[in-house]
Design a protein. Structure first.
Length: 414
């Protein structure tokens, strides 16, 4: 019997505050069109120190469990993908296990590889379940991060924060993965990193875009070769292999990146299938192709900004929230990229109950209930000491970091 494994449900947690990029542009003396059209970002999530990586992850996990009536005893693995952990040794996942009251009999760990860590965790969970070793148990994979480049840096408009928690099981109501098709491309490069002791990342921004596109070409071609071998896609000039996917979600450090990525993906197909790049055809078809296959995945990301490990999965959530009904039973592609670098292109089929299932995440409410802050308030929040959170009670169902006692981080639940 063919094993079906994938994402059963998801939940999203965001900080309470959002900054509109047109406000930031005006304050920085930049044409707002640069941020909104040039980078594709409308808003970015802003944290206060009480909303740290653990608090966001634990809030997302609690939402996932409550909204889907998950029996905690059915979970056998909890992995957090993060590049903004809170301890050199103790993983974020361990804090989340405690906060969410998860049982003792489970594998609990973090995965770090820039924005790719969550995907490594997701694939470990999928393959653990598919192998039969999980013995019927599910996994919870959380991507939680705070993307912070600093005030008045080039990366400033590409910040953000948030967590996406996913229930992975043999009931893939949202997304059943195509096992064994994953294409990978990784290399040791210095495009983005965060040396020990630094709160802000070091980034060679334009080089990181080149590294991303190079990795995409490699991972996509690897996936396409496997998909062709299994006759999942065909090589045809009339419908390029990538056009045979109903939608494609890309890792989006900023939403314009999805445009660059989609153009590169199509170029791989046009070069390889036609033997040469057909510029006239691309000019005719690229906008329609982007609108049909990619635009839906940017609906949430453009209002949250970069959330590092969770960006691809926030895009996936946005894609389903914007149009799951049209995607039911159809194959989609997802591309994960983490600087440094590691990347993976994978595909799967959207579940038949995906439209009802994604409603349980209440994504419009999660995104709509945030408060718009001024640039002055954003700058004040950015200047707060990371270990001295303001004394604010956690919202119902949410967690907050409350401070450090005896070197131990403490959290309160609302
Ligand atoms: N109206 C419309 N578009 C405008 C504009 C205006 N007035 N001014 C500039 N733009 C466009 C530029 O043409 C460019 O688009 P393009 O890349 O399609 O050509 C875009 O806005 C960004 O302008 P650019 O000058 O390249 O911005 P920048 O040098 O300030 O930096 C990043 C942009 C993304 C490199 C920077 O924000 C960064 O380092 N971010 C963090 C790293 C990152 O996210 N890396 C991604 C890979 S993981």
């Amino acid at each position: 019997m063919k094993t079906s494994v994938g994402i059963e449900a998801l939940a999203v947690a965001l900080p309470r505050h959002t900054l509109h990029l047109e406000d930031l542009a005006r304050a920085r003396g930049v044409d707002p069109a640069k941020y909104i059209a040039g980078l594709g970002v409308r808003e970015m999530a802003v944290t206060d120190p009480g909303e740290d990586t653990v608090a966001l992850a634990a809030t997302a996990v609690r939402r996932l469990i409550d909204s889907n009536d998950v029996d905690p005893a059915s979970i056998g693995m909890l992995a957090v993908g993060t590049e903004t952990g809170v301890d050199h040794s103790k993983p974020v996942a361990s804090y989340v296990q405690g906060a969410a009251g998860l049982p003792r009999h489970m594998r609990v760990f973090d995965v770090q590889h820039a924005c790719y860590g969550g995907t490594a965790g997701l694939m470990a969970a999928i393959e653990w379940i598919a192998s039969g070793v999980a013995g019927g148990k599910s996994a919870v994979i959380v991507c939680s991060d705070i993307a912070r480049y600093g005030v008045k840096t080039a990366g400033e408009p590409t910040q953000g924060a948030g967590a996406v928690a996913m229930l992975v099981s043999s009931r893939p109501e949202l997304f059943a993965i195509d096992l064994g098709l994953n294409g990978t491309s990784s290399a040791h490069v210095f495009d983005f990193w965060r040396p020990l002791g630094r709160r802000e990342a070091v980034v060679d921004g334009h080089y990181s875009i080149d590294c991303y596109l190079e990795a995409l070409s490699g991972a996509y071609r690897d996936w396409r070769g496997r998909a062709e071998a299994k006759e999942i896609v065909r090589r045809a000039a009339s419908a390029l292999p990538s056009e045979q996917l109903a939608a494609i979600g890309y890792h989006v450090p900023f939403c314009k990146m999805a445009k660059k990525a989609h153009a590169r993906l199509r170029r791989c197909d046009l070069d390889d299938v036609l033997g040469a790049f057909d510029e006239a055809r691309e000019e005719r078809e690229s906008a329609t192709s982007f609108e049909r296959q990619v635009a839906g995945s940017l609906t949430l990301c453009s209002r949250v900004g970069n959330i590092y490990t969770g960006s691809l999965y926030l895009g996936f959530a946005g894609m389903l929230n914007a149009g799951a009904a049209a995607l039911v039973g159809k194959r989609i592609g997802l591309f994960s990229y983490g600087s440094g670098c590691a990347s993976e292109f994978f595909s799967g089929v959207v579940g038949k109950n995906a439209a009802e299932q994604i409603q349980r995440a209440h994504l419009d409410e999660v995104i709509g209930s945030r408060e718009r802050v001024t640039v002055e308030e954003y700058e004040r929040l950015m200047a707060l000491q990371p270990d001295a959170p303001p004394d604010i009670p956690p919202a119902p169902g949410a967690f907050r970091f409350t401070g450090v006692k005896d070197h131990r981080r403490e959290y309160a639940a609302g």
